[in-house]
Write a protein that binds this ligand. Structure first.
Ligand code: FES
Ligand code: FE2
Length: 355
């Protein structure tokens, strides 16, 4: 299946990019990125239009890249500014430039039609700039798996009881049903586990002595940004849904970037309302997340291998699959829409009276 292209995808954290050239692949397109002398990020197609040597094998000269084979040189817009051995610059001598934006220390690249790149559509949430919340950038998880399986896992609260028994889940939630709703470009799967002992994560960070109410809201923003709102509060409070900020609340963010059909990178981070300003707590939380995400990786990579083998019958779907089912349908719709020419609003039909 092809990819959704008219979308912003995360290329990395701001601190991943400096003056040196970096080669990377998003939705099967290779690009070379670097920070120009004015600090702005540049992303160019990583393939010389002459003999197709990746430009990342060449060298930076000022804010241009000189190809490592015959020295053709391209500026930050992708235009060719030099062809050694001749004066004229052929019209076909250029590489594509991808729109790039940085927000809150995160680098986004637009992979679709450049005329449709609108920075206002980049994922954001008010807690990023609210001092009552602690923002902590985590790391990048590399998976030999298709991005649909990775993203599907992030709208699937039911797996935590079985995959993450020491950190995010416990057997208390095995049979609790999952609800699913959609709003605009987001799909949400959620459930509450009332009056149960805290799971490993909240034993460590919640300071709870007795039972807690625990919630998991998995919001998946199309095509592949997940916001997992999870937390716990003393069960005695019997916390209503809308009062979640009164508990220990964490937004775990996953920016899922398809690299190829068989490889995906998940940049993960979190925003929390507890231990604000406490870097030691951030490091401890990262350690727990690393345990949990390694568990997801193991499962998703094993599934990917199995999916490549001959299939005897179609995989079945069960009640807890509602979120993943809606997600896959929405992705198919987006890809279909991109493959269909948009002719604008329909022309008003003319009414013809037949006698
Ligand atoms: S391959 Fe780039 S200049 Fe020849
Ligand atoms: Fe997981």
């Amino acid at each position: 299946m092809p990819f959704v292209r008219n979308a912003w995808y995360v290329a990395g954290w701001s601190h991943d990019f400096g003056a040196e050239m970096r080669a990377l692949t998003i939705v099967n397109e290779t690009m070379v990125m670097f920070r120009a002398s004015d600090g702005a990020l540049v992303a160019l197609e990583d393939r010389c239009p002459h003999r197709q040597l990746p430009l990342s094998r060449g060298k930076r000269i000022g804010d241009t890249i000189q190809c490592g084979y015959h020295g053709m040189t391209f500026d930050r817009t992708g235009a060719c500014v030099r062809v050694p051995g001749q004066d004229n610059l052929p019209a076909s001598a250029y590489v594509d430039a991808f729109p790039v934006e940085e927000r809150h220390g995160i680098v986004w690249v637009w992979m679709g039609d450049p005329d449709r790149a609108d920075p206002a559509t980049i994922f954001d949430m008010p807690e990023f700039s609210d001092p009552a919340w602690h923002v902590h950038h985590g790391d990048a998880l590399h998976l030999k798996a298709n991005y649909l399986n990775v993203a599907e896992n992030l709208v699937d609260p039911a797996h935590v009881s079985f995959v993450h028994p020491t950190t995010l889940g416990s057997s208390a939630s095995e049979n609790v049903p999952v609800h699913v709703s959609t709003r605009g470009k987001a799909i949400t799967a959620w459930r509450w586990i009332r009056d149960a002992p805290p799971v490993g994560f909240f034993q460590k960070f919640g300071g709870f002595s007795g039972n807690v109410d625990r919630w998991h809201y998995y919001h998946l923003h199309l095509p592949s940004t997940a916001v997992i709102d999870f937390g716990s509060a003393d069960a005695a409070l019997n916390l209503p849904e809308e009062d979640r900020q009164k508990g220990v609340r964490i937004f775990a963010l996953h920016f899922v970037t398809p690299v190829t059909e068989d490889y995906t990178i998940d940049h993960w981070m979190h925003i929390r309302n507890a231990a604000v300003g406490d870097d030691a707590a951030s490091a401890q939380m990262d350690a727990m997340f690393r345990i949990a995400f390694a568990e997801d990786k193991e499962i998703l990579e094993a599934i990917h291998i199995e999916e490549q083998r001959p299939q005897k019958r179609k995989p079945i779907r069960i009640a807890i699959d509602k979120g993943p089912n809606v997600y896959r349908k929405r992705i198919r719709d987006l890809i279909e829409t991109e493959a269909t020419e948009d002719l604008g609003d329909p022309v008003r039909p003319t009414f013809v009276q037949h006698d």
